[in-house]
Write a protein that binds this ligand. Structure first.
Ligand code: ATP
Ligand code: MG
Length: 470
């Protein structure tokens, strides 16, 4: 896989190369696609680099979208593919930590490769035959599983504060190690200043990619050790060193590592649960109390989920997550401390389900499994008591759902109009009556019958509302 000096270009891409070449331009496959091909991994998108200007690319292809014309990038739509195509560029100053001040086109692919972040990302493959250009021994670094900047790391990180975060993300995504000098430069004060200047949106995107790595804990630890967690998620600091293990042996790690390993234990493709796992115990340090019974000290974190929820909301808002993401994640964090027991009545199961919302149930269970994973950095074992407890809870829930009992107001067999038709006057008390009907039905599903509900509503109105008004 490493000895060859070419990669295999798919036939459709060769046809695209022919169009460029026929018009007198060269074109290369660059970036992650080449890296992933060399590693023998599947490629998810193809980035091209060419000496044709954006205007020239627009002239030779039928459908071209100017997706990032200020960076010299257009997207060519052809043969069902969307090919991000960027004109060779030179090094530009990323002085505001965001965008290059100006785009300057380069003449050669070598010049273009020299402005790229890491050696493994600075390899080009000629699109017509796959011949490799690798001026910085990126293939060697891929072989050694090493992330190394192209040129001096202090300079390269000093140009763009996102690069250190990308290095950390790639470490988790590819399972590579960051080369010593490159790593050391991340915490250099000048680089830290540059990192602080990047836009939150750029950090947000990298943070989400980190959360989707096989083991986010690898990246989270690197962020923390190099001072970046303090910059972007300052709420996290108090978790480090917050000891939670007592004689009961629930916890092996401090809150920080517990949260990290909980992330690893959440499903890789489920960002919501991964984030909830990251934040679920962030409120523990503030709620920590100890109690000594006999000679044994116990550690408690009463009500920590409410503090975690608050901190999670503040952090996710600062990181510019969408309102919907924040709502879903904080809901899970707030409700992660449930303890199902077989003795729960059906109405207790219904009340639990109503509080959680059926749409959040799977995520809450995934979060519990992640939480268990975070305790000793091992997954819950199928068939173990904790596992069986969750399976039983799911079965009980399936049962109450199949009974078609009312799980929200709209499932009630009587609505506001029915109550008004029965002679109850319009007014804010209708909402209160409906809420009481809903509670009754949660306790006794057999009450979910229009006639019975209308009758009950009339009684509530006569006895609790009209009587008060008189
Ligand atoms: P993936 O798409 O799998 O996240 P990638 O390496 O393709 O990884 P992109 O963000 O798609 O990453 O960028 C494509 C290429 O552009 C990179 O491989 C790298 O050569 C270059 N690049 C991207 N961001 C930067 C940056 N901040 N500084 C320098 N070069 C960069
Ligand atoms: Mg890419």
């Amino acid at each position: 896989m490493f000895s060859s000096k070419s990669v295999k270009i798919p036939e459709t891409l060769k046809k695209v190369a022919e169009i460029f070449n026929r018009n007198g331009y060269s074109v290369y496959l660059v970036g992650g696609a080449v890296r992933d091909m060399i590693m023998g991994k599947g490629v998810h998108d193809y980035d091209l680099a060419t000496d044709a200007t954006p205007e020239q690319v627009m002239n030779i292809f039928h459908k071209v979208i100017p997706t990032g014309i200020q960076h010299g990038t257009v997207t060519v739509h052809i043969f069902g593919m969307h090919l991000e195509t960027t004109t060779f560029r030179t090094e530009s100053d990323y002085s505001d930590g965001r965008h290059p001040d100006k785009v300057e086109y380069a003449r050669t692919i070598e010049e273009d490769l020299s402005r790229r972040d890491f050696t493994m990302n600075a390899i080009a493959a000629d699109l017509k035959d796959g011949t490799i250009k690798d001026p910085f021994d990126g293939m060697g670094d891929i072989k050694r599983k090493t992330i190394r900047t192209v040129g001096n790391p202090l300079e390269r990180f000093g140009e763009d504060g996102l690069r250190p975060i990308r290095a950390i993300r790639f470490a988790g995504q590819l399972g590579f190690t960051i080369e010593k000098e490159t790593l050391k430069s991340i915490s250099n004060p000048d680089v830290i200043r540059k990192i602080k200047s990047i836009s939150i949106e750029r950090f947000h995107d990298e943070f989400c990619k980190i959360m989707k790595c096989e083991k986010p804990s690898v990246c989270l630890r690197l962020l923390e050790d190099n001072g970046l967690m303090d910059i972007f998620i300052p709420e996290f600091k108090v978790c480090r060193g917050c000891i939670q293990g007592d004689k009961r042996g629930f916890h092996e790690f401090d809150v920080a590592d517990h949260n990290f390993y909980a992330c690893d234990g959440a499903p890789k493709d489920n960002l919501i649960v991964r984030l909830a796992a990251f934040y679920h115990d962030i409120g523990k340090p503030e709620s920590r109390t100890t109690e000594t019974i006999g000679k044994i000290e116990y550690i408690h974190f009463h009500g920590h989920e409410t503090i975690s929820e608050k901190k999670c909301r503040a952090s996710m808002t600062a990181l510019k997550f969408s309102n919907d993401d924040i709502k879903q994640v904080t809901h899970l964090v707030k409700n992660h401390m449930f303890f199902y027991e077989s003795t729960w009545s059906d109405s207790a199961v219904r009340r639990f389900l109503i509080r959680i919302g059926i749409e959040n149930l799977d995520n809450l269970i995934y979060l519990r499994l992640a939480d268990i994973h975070g305790m000793h950095n091992v997954a819950a074992v199928p068939g173990s008591p904790t596992w069986n407890n969750l399976v039983e809870l799911k079965e009980r829930i399936a049962k109450v759902v199949s009974e078609k009992s009312a799980l929200s107001l709209k499932d009630l067999k009587a609505n506001g109009n029915d109550l008004m038709n029965a002679g109850i006057p319009k007014g804010p008390h209708l909402g209160k009556i409906l809420a009481e009907l809903f509670e009754t039905v949660t306790e006794s599903p057999a009450m979910n019958d229009k006639e019975k509900l209308v009758e009950l509503a009339k009684n509530i109105y006569e006895q609790k509302i009209k009587a008060k008004q008189e």
